[in-house]
Design a protein around this ligand. Sequence first.
Ligand code: NAP
Ligand code: 8YV
Length: 317
Amino acid sequence: MPQSPVLLQTIGLLPSLERRLAETYTIHRLPAAGPEREAFLAARGAEFDGIVTSANSGADAALIAALPKARVISSFGVGLDKLDVQAARARGIPVGYTPDVLNDCVADMAFGLLLSIARRLPEGDRFVRAGRWSAPGATAFPLGFQVSHGKLGIVGLGRIGRTIARRASGFDMDVRYHSRNAVDGAEWRYEPKLLELARWADFLVVITAGGAGTRHLIDAAVLDALGPKGFLVNVARGTVVDEAALVQALREKRIGGAGLDVYEHEPQVPAELLALDNVVLAPHIASSTVQTREAMGQRVLDNLAAFFAGEPLPSAA
Ligand code: NAP
Ligand code: 8YV
């Protein structure tokens, strides 16, 4: 019987995906960064036919170089900011990823965060649980900000950005967007200047790619343009927002509030953010539903199966 392809798995994955990978492939886990990993790669790097990874873990040029026989990379997730696609291409290694299947859940999450911060839902939950609603002489819960009929600015009108824009029609929102290029045929107004979009918007939702090209795109100037009645939602990557500038703007109430799924140094969240009431914090869970994660896992398997059958990857980066 021919030997099954040998894959290096960089990080823990969905248990059902791990089970199914193990049915077809010989899987080895990459040790955590440090001397053990270095020794492992030096001793066994030449055994691997490919890498299975995730958007959170990626594969850098050094890892790819340490696997001289690797012929394919399959990643669980759509973000490529931690995966050196250029280094893979230079070796002729196809990279599979999982676009589209997560658009709906990430768009849902963007609206979840938007509603949570504008309508003060987690704050209200804390208020009720602490008995402050029923307390004698209780002060009234503060007013929220209306979402329906609001002005939604989307930064990055890609696959997910367009899904968010479509969701907004159910809230009768006016939608405009910014990206480097206007999107052909888009029904929403293109704003070539990010500052202008921020100035106009009640809600600024960030859903660009991550990586060097978007680092700190949302800086103090953009936050000030959004202003004290504006809300920021980030479901893209923590690096897209200057987190120190955001903390300061929230602390000084120079923006109305923020809903965050992603952070600059995940899973570390600045202590200042934890102490603020005008921010809602989620632990990078935008794609994290049973249905979407299973679909992403299936795409990881489909990309690998196609490669080892000598066919093009169904979702190649
Ligand atoms: P996509 O279709 O490639 O869209 C990316 C968008 O970013 C494009 O509209 C692109 O437009 C824009 N963009 C890139 N660089 C820009 C810049 N410098 N300034 C302004 N806009 C820029 O990707 P997608 O599938 O929608 O996913 C977007 C990102 O969401 C992923 O890369 C990932 O990091 C993140 N994500 C997060 C989660 C989560 O769990 N929170 C889940 C899934 C995805 P132009 O090229 O015209 O600028
Ligand atoms: C997941 C993501 O957290 O797809 C992405 O880019 O950030 C999320 O879907 C990730 O894929 C799990 O590693």
